[in-house]
Design a protein around this ligand. Structure first.
Ligand SMILES: Nc1ncnc2c1ncn2[C@@H]1O[C@H](COP(=O)(O)OP(=O)(O)OP(=O)(O)O)[C@@H](O)[C@H]1O
Ligand SMILES: [Mg+2]
Length: 380
């Protein structure tokens, strides 16, 4: 199809508008206004449809009173043939919708002036691969859209679809940057403040050996206790900072974390696991700490994480084939990672064990009783 100069101008201006921002809602509203200006259609609206089939009114412009009634209630609550056709897969290209079901409801419910709108044209929003919404336009007393108009709408819908995809990808990128930053902050706190507190604790310990003065001993003891408490506080803050990222489930969280810290991880999940939020959080935090340890101490170039659900039990193993534990007397004082994993597991009624052998590697094993989410809700 060869576009006329005015169509080319429309496509060019739409492309420019779409390139002007990264906020989906603002961009969609702007582009809709621009489309109406350029084409002369009176009103338009965009639905975004999620993978689970739910739809949201993502943008609208110059809706008649009957449809903008009560904060666009009819646009959000009731259905229309366009959404039905989208759902049943019949809406493949730009189409004339015979009449708008929402307008029909609006007239029945007397929600206001329809401003002559009875029909709309509808086009699926898509990129090259996937559909993810609808663009609708309408004009007063217009019940037929020409082939040319529909072809233009289709080209615009493809442009909008590609922009929606670009914006969504940039949102994901943005979230990853935030996650990375939180992780870096956690690491910095760990490496700087933790080390200072650790030194205070060690210095107080050493100073105690040099005096017999009772009151001085007491104060040094106090300093040691305080710095230990501060270390524990710091550690829990670091756990908090790292706990972001669980939104899309444990598997994605572990994979993302592994790539954030630059440690290849082979993850195996066996059995169907419906974890409660508490279980998921516990597994996530333990896995993070164990992977962190692999990265920091094991010298292994890979870690293996296995999650198995078996007869009301959940087994989590994090294994590496690195150098194994080296005896470090200082680590007894400041190391809170393993202790944190063990305490949290026991608090949950589970069993915790560490197996380690020189130059053979380390395996952390956690066995948890699974509490179904319903039981947990009733119990809590
Ligand atoms: N996968 C591993 N391979 C080799 N050594 C390990 C491994 N995991 C832990 N260790 C050893 O066990 C010690 C205790 O680990 P732990 O996680 O409790 O403390 P940490 O990592 O030194 O400090 P932090 O309190 O920041 O976690 C480590 O200092 C390290 O010597
Ligand atoms: Mg550790």
């Amino acid at each position: 199809m060869s576009e006329s100069p005015s169509e080319l101008k429309t496509l060019k201006e739409i492309a420019e508008t779409l390139n002007q921002g990264n906020d989906l809602q603002i961009v969609l509203n702007e582009v809709l206004k621009k489309l109406l200006d350029l084409t002369g259609f009176k009103t338009g609206w965009i639905f975004l449809v999620a993978d689970n089939g739910t739809f949201e009114l993502a943008a609208h412009s110059a809706l008649p009173e009957a449809l903008s009634w009560e904060n666009c209630r009819l646009m959000c609550d009731s259905n229309c043939y366009c959404i039905d056709q989208y759902w049943n897969g019949r809406l493949k290209s730009a189409t004339n919708i015979i009449n708008c079901e929402r307008i029909y409801h609006a007239i029945k419910q007397k929600t206001g002036d329809t401003e002559g709108i009875t029909h709309h044209a509808t086009v699926p929003l898509r990129d090259q691969k996937k559909r993810f919404g609808l663009l609708n336009v309408a004009s007063p007393n217009k019940n037929q859209y020409s082939e040319k108009e529909l072809a233009l709408l289709e080209a615009v819908a493809l442009q909008i679809g590609t922009a929606v995809k670009r914006i969504r990808l940039s949102e994901i990128e943005q979230q990853n940057v935030v996650l990375k930053e939180r992780n870096r902050l956690a690491q910095d706190l760990h490496d700087s403040v933790n080390q200072i507190l650790f030194s205070i604790s060690l210095t107080a310990k050493a100073a105690r050996e040099t005096t017999l003065d009772e009151s001085l001993l007491e104060q040094l003891n106090f300093i040691q206790l305080l710095s230990r408490d501060a270390l524990a506080e710091m550690k829990s803050l670091i756990w908090e900072l790292r706990s972001e990222g669980l939104k899309n489930g444990i598997v994605e969280a572990i994979e993302n974390y592994a790539s954030l810290i630059g440690l290849p991880v082979e993850l195996t999940v066996t059995g169907s696991i419906a974890l409660s939020a508490k279980e998921e959080e516990l597994i996530w935090r333990i896995t993070q700490e164990a992977l962190n340890n692999c990265k920091k101490h094991s010298q292994a170039d890979k870690a293996f994480v296995t999650i198995i659900s078996l007869k009301g039990q959940l087994l989590l193993e994090i294994e590496d084939f690195g150098i194994g534990f080296r005896y470090d007397p200082d680590a007894q004082i400041h190391s809170l990672g393993i202790k944190g994993m063990e305490d949290r597991t026991k608090k949950y009624g589970g069993k915790f064990s560490v197996k380690t052998a020189k130059n053979k590697g380390t395996k952390i094993r956690v066995a948890l009783p699974i509490i179904s989410p319903e039981k947990e809700e009733k119990g809590s």
